[in-house]
Design a protein around this ligand. Structure first.
Ligand code: NAD
Length: 245
């Protein structure tokens, strides 16, 4: 049976749990070879084992470290060949009023969510260019399209990811590499499990529920596949209509 991601070699950061896990599962089901890159080792290894060594590999990857990225790219090429897909999904959020947020905590969120995406695109580019092209999907957020209170570093980092994706899309187009950003709304993962604000806000959006990670995986699969051949430098919302208001 042919899959929508047949022949693709895709690195998914933050792939050990949550949305990244859903992306890895869906991509393997559609025929891709997937590298799960995360700092969460036990969960990532268990997921790769479950998906099977011929389909998936866990690599310990800290997206804030260029050396870690370069090692992950080399290991991926060794296992599956040149990289044709990248999902920069690793991220974290810190909820806190601005006046109580330390500079170090502000920078930590920027480091993972923003610098991590820069390092990922930079590290994977040579492999993807050598492969003759590919697709990069950067996971931003609804907080990369509008603002939310108490998560200023998160909003700053996610607006940055949206802009960076447009800059990279223009730079990489000559290499047949597309770059897009995805903007999930309220998705049921560990990140939002304890956020009353997330649970409350879905009541005020057109589709009045949280989404499952698999619903975002559908969008990511589309953008990684050749079906999205004419889309680059664009933002794709998966937000239950929140931003339409
Ligand atoms: P999650 O906390 O379940 O998963 C995040 C993953 O990123 C974890 O596996 C974590 O170990 C990994 N990670 C964190 N720092 C890392 C680092 N330095 N290097 C490598 N991996 C690292 O959260 P999630 O909800 O699945 O979030 C995935 C992405 O989606 C994030 O970028 C998040 O900002 C974004 N997002 C989430 C929601 C939501 O409602 N859950 C909404 C919009 C956007």
């Amino acid at each position: 049976m042919s899959g929508r991601a047949d022949g693709k070699v895709v690195v998914v950061t933050g792939g050990s749990r949550g949305m990244g896990e859903a992306f890895a599962r869906r991509l393997v089901a559609e025929g891709a070879k997937v590298v799960i890159g995360d700092v969460l080792v036990k969960e990532g290894k268990a997921l790769a084992d479950e998906l099977g060594a011929e389909n998936a590999l866990f690599i310990e990857l800290d997206v804030t470290s260029e050396a870690s990225w370069n090692a992950a790219v080399a290991r991926t090429e060794e296992a599956f060949g040149q990289i044709t897909g990248l999902v920069n999904n690793a991220g974290l959020v810190q909820r806190c009023p601005i006046e109580e947020l330390s500079e170090a905590d502000y920078r930590r969120v920027m480091d993972v969510n923003e610098v991590g995406v820069f390092l990922g695109m930079k590290a994977v580019l040579p492999s993807m260019r050598a492969a003759g092209g590919g697709s990069m999907v950067n996971i931003s957020s609804l907080g990369g399209v509008i603002g939310f209170p108490y998560i200023i570093s998160y909003v700053a980092s996610k607006w940055a990811v949206r802009g960076m994706s447009k800059a990279a899309a223009q730079e990489f187009a000559p290499y047949n590499i597309r770059v897009n950003s995805v903007h999930p709304g309220m998705i049921a993962t560990d990140m939002t499990a304890n956020s009353e604000r997330s649970h409350e806000s879905v009541k005020h959006q057109p589709i009045k529920r949280q989404a499952q990670p698999a619903e975002v995986a559908n969008m990511v699969l589309y953008l990684l596949s050749d079906e999205a051949s004419y889309s680059t430098g664009a933002e794709f919302l998966v937000d239950g209509g929140y931003a339409s208001q």
